[in-house]
Unconditional design. Structure first.
Length: 305
């Protein structure tokens, strides 16, 4: 095994996670046969079969699971060594892998990436944009950003800010249908609901000092938070949207708040979760400072009617 390189261990981890040579080949921009030959060479170096292969599937053998465990440990140790040595340099460099939901990526992180490049030109980010909760260790994620409950596996979580939910509609919709002045007025309007998350359809208000809840069925229903926003932007109706995103779109003039004085937005934390083995690395600290600056603008969203 003396001839195995760090990239061999990294490749094996990729194959184990993807359970597919072709997926890894696309990620690495090489032919699937190249990945297959590399795995065969790793097996030859170990003198063991590490994976069962069929035409349509790939799974690890018992020996492969042992090899994967050690590969993770080796790469993690190397990463910690690089982070520790890198911290003694005058400049911050390296790759930080961040998992973030589509909405927070599109409306909060990506529009501000130029600020990070200005501060730390040697620092690179890889954004894993998806709404699922990732396994940070298995997928080599340094920071996971999520709204709501913090992932259970995380040893360290930092609160970036909070968000609530408010009502928004496009200027074009309000010109055509008018602006509601009361909760009762909503019965005369087109409403957009989220078929995937029913709690988002529980619209809560303050009315004459008392809480009021409206269970919304929606004239248009869609099973994606991103699509709820798209529908609101194109004038399909009034939608209840994460106010971090909603207020950003108000600032751009693309949406307007609706019944802002009556809405009860609630408050949910937005967490940045960090692997405990990496949280002191300079590149992680730099990325965290950047993320905190991104969300600081939304800690006190304006409420307008």
């Amino acid at each position: 095994m003396n001839d195995l390189s760090l990239d061999d261990f990294s490749l094996f981890m990729q194959v184990a996670n993807a359970q597919s040579f072709s997926t890894v080949a696309r990620d690495r921009n090489v032919a699937p046969s190249h990945v297959s030959r590399r795995i065969a060479r790793i097996e030859a170096a170990c003198g063991l079969r590490l994976a069962h292969r069929t035409t349509h599937s790939l799974s690890l053998t018992e020996e492969g699971e042992v090899f994967l465990e050690h590969a993770r440990r080796i790469l993690d140790e190397v990463g910690q060594l690089q982070d520790g040595i890198g911290g003694r340099s005058n400049s911050i460099s390296g790759m930080v892998r961040i998992s973030v939901s589509q909405l927070l990526s599109e409306y909060v992180v990506i529009p501000r990436l130029h600020k990070l490049a200005d501060l730390h030109p040697g620092l690179s980010l890889e954004l894993q944009v998806e709404d699922r909760l990732v396994d940070m260790a298995d997928e080599s994620i340094d920071i996971a950003i999520r709204a709501g409950a913090e992932p259970a596996q995380a040893a360290i979580a930092r609160t970036l800010g909070t968000h609530g939910r408010a009502l928004y509609a496009s200027p074009a919709y309000l010109r055509k249908w008018g602006t509601p002045k009361s909760i009762d007025d909503l019965s005369e309007h087109r409403l957009i609901s989220n078929a995937a998350t029913r709690s988002h359809n529980r619209w809560e208000f303050h009315c004459d000092g008392a809480p009021v809840t409206l269970e919304v069925q929606g004239n248009v229903r869609v099973n994606s938070s991103a699509s709820v926003i798209s529908l609101a932007l194109c004038g399909a109706g009034i939608a209840r949207i994460n106010d971090v995103v909603g207020n950003a779109l108000v600032e751009e003039g693309r949406l307007r708040p609706v019944l802002g004085k009556l809405i009860r937005p609630g408050s949910s934390p937005v967490y940045a979760v960090i692997l405990s083995t990496r949280h002191r690395a300079p590149k992680i600290l730099a990325a965290m400072a950047f993320l905190q600056s991104c969300f600081s603008e939304f800690r006190e969203p304006a409420r307008k009617s």
